[in-house]
Write a protein that binds this ligand. Structure first.
Ligand SMILES: NC(=O)N[C@@H](CC(=O)O)C(=O)O
Ligand SMILES: [Zn+2]
Ligand SMILES: [Zn+2]
Length: 377
């Protein structure tokens, strides 16, 4: 699954002699260290209860901030609920952590424009999330008719410069599951942007060439996309390699290789429209390995290592920092982080699982050896 990396790269890599800090690596590969501005995660599921406690430090170790998804049970539909959820995240963090959770509201058919005003005034809510009802995990309370029910709210969001984050798939069972993103763009996103050209929209976790092209065709600064490690590294074969692979199942589902390649080209081109959003989505092992397994890949512990691998393999390590640390805050109108992290070429084995009070969480690439090891400076 993991390819051997090719050297050398033409970018700002600090050689061992210059830094004196690079650890030994087993292979004959060059010893390398990167130093980049601390990244943020612009799409993260932290859950609640003991699952929250089990996962939050994996993100907080390396990321400065994260856009926290609101698809809890019940969903975070009000500013008051978002404020309370933020408190529980802060409580679950290790004492020394400065991780800053950026909260979101879950859009429903009955969200009021006033709620958007409250969200903006709170100073802790940074976006509103659109889940088409039935599209993904915990989306049953999502929107059934965006144009029929939500226009006043969307207009209020324009007033407050509040981004709409979109799970971009139609839910019509007649539409092939691999085409749902493409059909969503044509039937929802394109008309939405025509109607409200000043609405900021993030197309979350893009999975197709169609999404890449669409985002590139829109006004920079108004439409952007997050990209996950799995959609950069895996194609739909990974769902069936040697048997059914539930830990590679997420939504939108992995697509053909040509789509993966289009996404890699887009992010490694240096475009400002694409930024890091892991969509790390933990589920307890038995909810993945069962007759009707949940969608979601837990990648928080491996995400930075994997993004670095993608940029390295594309010969584009010089574009990594903009993707991980600049494009996101620039789009959201937030300051970039000032601290740094290191990425060392220092092979490490991904744990097979993370046990916690209610069971186990299996991370993406469990048991696989990865090359890049992130650490705080
Ligand atoms: N991506 C997923 O497959 N699952 C996410 C929901 C989502 O982001 O669509 C989850 O909350 O588990
Ligand atoms: Zn989603
Ligand atoms: Zn998600």
């Amino acid at each position: 699954m993991i390819k051997t990396l090719v050297f050398p790269y033409k970018v700002s890599i600090l050689p061992l002699a210059k830094t004196g800090r690079v650890k030994e690596v087993k292979s004959s590969s060059a010893k390398m260290e990167l130093s980049i501005t601390r990244p943020d995660d612009w799409h993260l599921h932290l859950r609640d209860g003991d699952l929250l406690e089990a996962v939050v430090s994996h993100s907080a170790h390396h990321f400065g901030r994260a856009i926290v998804m609101p698809n809890l049970k019940p969903p975070i539909t009000t500013t008051a609920a978002a404020v309370a959820y933020r408190e529980s995240i802060l409580k679950a963090l290790p004492g020394s952590s400065v991780f800053n959770p950026l909260m979101t509201l879950y859009l429903t058919d009955t969200t009021s424009p006033h709620e958007i005003k409250l969200a903006r005034e709170s100073g802790v809510v940074f976006a509103v999330k659109l889940y088409p009802a039935g599209a993904t995990t915990n989306s049953q309370d999502g929107v059934t008719d965006l144009f029929g029910k939500c226009l006043p709210v969307l207009e209020e969001m324009v007033e407050h410069n509040m981004p709409l984050l979109v799970h971009g798939e139609v839910t019509d069972p007649e539409v092939d599951v691999f085409d749902r993103e493409k059909v969503f763009i044509a039937t929802v996103l394109q008309p939405l942007i025509q109607k409200l050209p000043l609405l900021k929209v993030v197309m979350e976790h893009v999975t197709t060439m169609d999404a890449v092209r669409f985002v590139e065709s829109c006004n920079e600064g108004f439409v952007a996309a997050t990209v996950t490690p799995q959609h950069l590294l895996l194609n739909r074969n990974s769902l069936f390699q040697g048997g059914l692979q539930p830990h590679n199942y997420c939504l939108p589902v992995l697509k053909r290789e040509i789509h993966r390649q289009a996404i890699v080209s887009a992010v490694t081109s240096g475009s400002k429209r694409f930024f890091l959003g892991t969509d790390s989505a933990p589920h307890e092992r038995r909810k993945k390995e069962c007759p009707c397994g949940c969608a979601g890949i837990y990648n928080a512990p491996v995400a930075l290592s994997l993004y670095t691998k993608v940029f390295e393999e594309a010969g584009a390590l010089d574009k990594l920092e903009a993707f991980t640390s600049f494009n996101g805050p620039d789009f959201y109108g937030l300051p970039r982080n000032t601290s740094k992290i290191k990425l060392n070429k220092n092979p490490w084995k991904v744990p097979e699982s993370f046990p916690y009070a209610s069971g186990n969480i299996i991370p993406m690439f469990a048991g696989v050896t990865l090359e890049w090891l992130p650490s705080s400076i």
